[in-house]
Ligand binder design. Structure first.
Ligand code: AKG
Ligand code: FE2
Length: 278
């Protein structure tokens, strides 16, 4: 297809060189924007030069009504009458380590509720289908929103903490890792250039933030790693790691590091830009 807006040869060469240098199309767009190009110009040029569908790049623009979380502020935040300490903060990726998000009793009760319902964890493939995956060897289960008074209380606490309505949350997921099990580096946001993108974002839109809550303290290993920042958050019972990201934020890459001794239990809350629950 012929474009009405001619792309200067220098810009075309720069886009190609930057992409060949290992940058994703979304990163190329970001670099162009930082250099002063407007969003539409960037999308048009990157789409044409790299052959990425324009719709995939446009899907990264938050649509009307899309919300963002408020990052919990140090030193502490009172959410729904419960004090949470912010013991570490990072800007890129946006990370907050939250101490005392859950009580010991809440951790124990969540494990007890989830245990009888565990099954091998799934990932979402490029057609939007759920499947088992060697990269993710834990066992897990989902609660529905507000399924029990405990779940409801935790969801309300998180909603107040990040100032986002409960309805933006996916159902709470509990994962159990045994020694040797891990969750290899990945992004929680959905890749707009993948064919399954429309299916997974049809309800609630894109993911914007995650909260991984540690329900026990593994004897060794099992932290959450953020390789772009060289950061490992220790899995400590009752504490949590909150991280927020825009679509395409490469710094939000993270992993559930292998459990070396003992076991690891977490509860994950993924948050969407629009209401996910009807
Ligand atoms: O197990 C962890 O520490 C990380 C879990 C995670 O990345 C996720 O549930 O999306
Ligand atoms: Fe994750």
């Amino acid at each position: 297809m012929k474009s009405f807006h001619k792309i200067r040869p220098e810009l075309r060469d720069w886009i190609l060189a930057t992409a060949r240098g290992g940058h994703t199309p979304l990163e190329v767009v970001k670099l162009m924007q930082e250099a002063g190009y407007d969003q539409q110009q960037c999308h048009r040029a990157v789409s044409e030069v790299l052959g990425v569908p324009l719709a995939a790049l446009n899907a990264t623009i938050p649509r009307a009504g899309a919300r963002r979380t408020t990052h919990p502020a140090a030193p502490s935040s009172v959410a729904d009458g419960h004090a949470v300490r912010v013991s570490a903060s990072l800007d890129s990726p946006v990370v907050r380590v939250l101490d005392g998000l859950l009580t010991d009793d809440e951790c124990g009760d969540l494990i007890a509720l989830a245990s009888p319902r565990l099954a091998r964890s799934l990932t979402v493939d490029d057609k939007g289908r759920h499947q088992t995956d060697e990269r993710r060897t834990s066992n897990g289960m989902f609660f529905s929103l507000g399924e029990t008074p405990l779940i409801e209380r935790i969801e309300r606490r998180i909603a107040r903490l990040v100032d986002l309505p409960v309805e933006h949350g996916e159902g709470l997921q509990v994962l159990h890792y045994q020694p040797g099990q891990e969750y290899e580096p990945h992004f929680d946001w959905f890749d707009p250039t993948q064919p399954g993108f429309n299916a997974v974002t049809a309800r609630g839109g894109q993911r914007i933030a995650s909260i991984v809550m540690y329900l026990n303290t593994p004897k060794e290993g099992g932290g959450t790693g953020f390789p772009a920042a060289g950061l490992i958050v220790t899995a400590l019972r009752g504490s949590a790691v909150y991280f927020a990201y825009d679509t395409g934020d490469q710094s939000s890459l993270h992993a559930g590091l292998p459990v070396l001794r003992g076991e690891k239990w977490i509860a994950t809350k993924w948050l969407r830009e629009r209401p996910y629950q009807r």
